[in-house]
Ligand binder design. Sequence first.
Ligand SMILES: C[S@@+](CC[C@H](N)C(=O)[O-])C[C@H]1O[C@@H](n2cnc3c(N)ncnc32)[C@H](O)[C@@H]1O
Length: 242
Amino acid sequence: MYRVLKVGGSVCWQIGYHISDKCVIPLDYLVYDLFTSLSKDLDFPLTLRNRIIWTFGHGLNSINRFSGRHEVILWFTKGEQKIFNLDEVRVPQKYPGKKAYRGPNKGKLSGNPLGKNPSDVWEIPNVSAKHVEKTDHPCQFPIAIPQRLIKALTLPDGMVLDPFAGSGTTGAAAILEGRRFAGSEITPKYYKTAHKRLRDTINGTLRIREDKPVVAPNPNSAVAKLPEEFKRIREEKNGEKH
Ligand SMILES: C[S@@+](CC[C@H](N)C(=O)[O-])C[C@H]1O[C@@H](n2cnc3c(N)ncnc32)[C@H](O)[C@@H]1O
């Protein structure tokens, strides 16, 4: 991977945790150590630029620890960083109409008209069974993740490689953003899935969830209301305490 990466190019490594009964192991620590120690004496060491937290609202519910709702993306560059297209990935501000209240810009709009920096915490829904992007791959990522990275860290017609292509998510994102793509996938079944997704992307028929802010549930919708049964059980539990 290091060999084929251009000087100034980026590596984005998405990884979660290894969980056994007794402990949780943050795998990004191991990846960070490996990448930095193996490249430190080379002409262009891999340098960490951001440790991005991808957070999502749904997943397995734990009963003996807090439920896991994030993974990590480590963004490194080979030597000096060359590209960061912030304007391509800005997200809407919560209060775009905010104005400076003092200083020379007092009374003027204080935000960037294109939106704000998306920060290093990204809330993007994971690909659950009902997600429009869902395929037969058990650990599929949403297209919005590689799409943001590709927009920010590569130029049009740039080359994107995903050696662990899975269902072809990164490839789909690369095609959508007008970049070239190379990938490999060891499992024939997933290779076929990825191949079809890339074809669908080229043909403009791939279904995707647009990268837009996660909306708060409508408090009046039936599923957002606290069921009477839950209410009664909570009251009983609270009653036990008093
Ligand atoms: C976490 S999944 C990637 C999921 C992908 N990002 C997606 O959204 O579908 C990792 C994939 O790497 C593949 N894989 C594992 N070892 C591999 C290898 N040595 N060469 C190519 N693919 C490999 C697995 O079969 C699996 O599909």
